[in-house]
Design a protein around this ligand. Structure first.
Ligand SMILES: NC(=O)c1ccc[n+]([C@@H]2O[C@H](COP(=O)([O-])OP(=O)(O)OC[C@H]3O[C@@H](n4cnc5c(N)ncnc54)[C@H](O)[C@@H]3O)[C@@H](O)[C@H]2O)c1
Ligand SMILES: [Zn+2]
Length: 349
């Protein structure tokens, strides 16, 4: 078992992240060690595969899909907590991908002004990204994640064994975030050389090799921790985690969150950011080739170039945009990025 700690100094709050080699059949015992009464929120697919082995009581089953991260389900989860008489010292446990983690976390943040919240991520994206950092949210008709909070979990338990049943497409959406970390690593003030690690082990990663995945998750989470500990609420440094997301989010929105996965859009956003950086002389062609080579190795779904006339207005309405300018995280050096503001996509302002 590997244990990492997140220290949010401003709140004088810390929490552990356990990466467990144990089988998922041990999960209940490991998790309930520190929990009194609880409600589990679990995605339907995860429940079908693991419901019996996990053997939790009080399970709220959330249907699959991004559109399930809505107010109706948020309310249903709260009702379920009231029916199960959850008190302040009790816990909501999220078992699933980022959708379950985000909505269960928002319920935990608001139920009786906040109760304990435990994350058990079962997708690669949730393991390396959404389960750590405390962003919790639901969607509404105006967009994604527009209603939410910063609410850190009390503990995160990662059992990489879950990933074995993940579809290749869902697995690769997590790899999109992994690749993102590789290109921002030096700006996080850490040095794992994730780019090297990915180039060396991509075949094993694509074969869901347990030992390599364990190490990959450890590296990515360590990277994320180093960022959120310095900037929990995304006032500065944390924005580098949005590398690839300005363009990526716009593509997701333009295709109604249906055609491409989040990770596929992030990869398209990384490619876009590299080309923008090259056009503005921030990087040289060799670095662009390094990026292209890595993307090719993971064989990500190719997204055709979108018409910039359609993409730019969407990027300007991104909740991370500022006044009328587009905020872009761009590569500036090997595994390092910086933030730039653009009026349009030709000139840095
Ligand atoms: N809070 C954050 O910081 C943060 C960061 C990134 C993304 N997100 C959010 O995360 C969401 C995307 O997360 P995701 O990619 O995990 O998608 P997801 O939660 O929709 O999961 C993808 C699919 O995989 C299934 N699944 C989960 N675990 C499985 C397993 N072990 N075996 C088989 N199938 C399994 C799910 O049921 C679902 O059908 C988005 O809503 C996004 O906004 C949040
Ligand atoms: Zn993302």
């Amino acid at each position: 078992m590997t244990e990492l700690t997140v220290n949010i100094k401003e709140k004088n709050f810390s929490y552990p992240i356990f990466i467990e080699k144990k089988p998922v059949s041990d999960l209940k015992e490991v998790v309930l060690n520190s929990v009194k009464n609880y409600v589990v929120v679990m995605s339907e697919k995860v429940y079908k595969i693991y419901g019996k082995i996990l053997n939790f009581d009080n399970v709220f089953i959330l249907k699959d899909g991004e559109n399930q991260k809505n107010f109706k389900n948020y309310n249903r989860i709260l009702d379920f907590c009231f029916k199960n008489k959850l008190k302040r010292e009790d816990s909501i446990i999220a078992v699933g991908g980022g959708v379950v983690g985000d909505i269960a976390g928002f319920a935990a943040a608001t139920y009786m002004r906040g109760i304990n919240y435990i994350q058990i991520p079962t997708t690669l994206l949730a393991c390396v990204d959404s389960s750590v950092g405390g962003k919790v949210a639901v969607n509404n008709s105006f967009g994604k994640n527009l209603i939410g909070a910063f609410y850190q979990p009390n503990a995160v338990f990662i059992f990489p064994e879950f990933l074995k049943t993940l579809s290749l497409r869902d697995f690769k959406t997590g790899l999109g975030e992994v690749v993102k970390y590789a290109f921002i690593e030096k700006s996080c003030d850490v040095d794992f050389n994730l780019l090297n690690f990915l180039n060396e082990h991509y075949t094993k990663i694509l074969n869901y090799d347990s030992a390599i995945l364990l190490e990959l998750i450890r590296i990515c989470i360590s990277l994320k921790i180093s960022v959120i500990e310095k900037d929990e609420k995304e006032n500065g440094l944390r924005r580098i985690l949005n590398f690839g997301h300005t363009y990526g989010h716009a593509i997701e929105k333009l295709t109604n969150y249906k055609k491409y996965t989040h990770g596929e859009c992030v990869v398209a956003g990384i490619v876009f950011a590299f080309n923008l950086a090259l056009n503005n002389n921030l990087i040289d062609k060799n670095y662009l080739f390094i990026m292209q080579d890595l993307i090719k190795k993971f064989d990500f779904k190719q997204i055709p170039q979108f018409d910039l006339k359609k993409v730019i207005p969407v990027m300007k309405t991104d909740k991370k945009a500022t006044s009328d300018k587009i905020r872009f995280i761009l590569p500036v050096n090997y595994a390092a990025v910086n933030e730039f503001l653009f009026d349009d996509l030709l000139t840095i302002s």
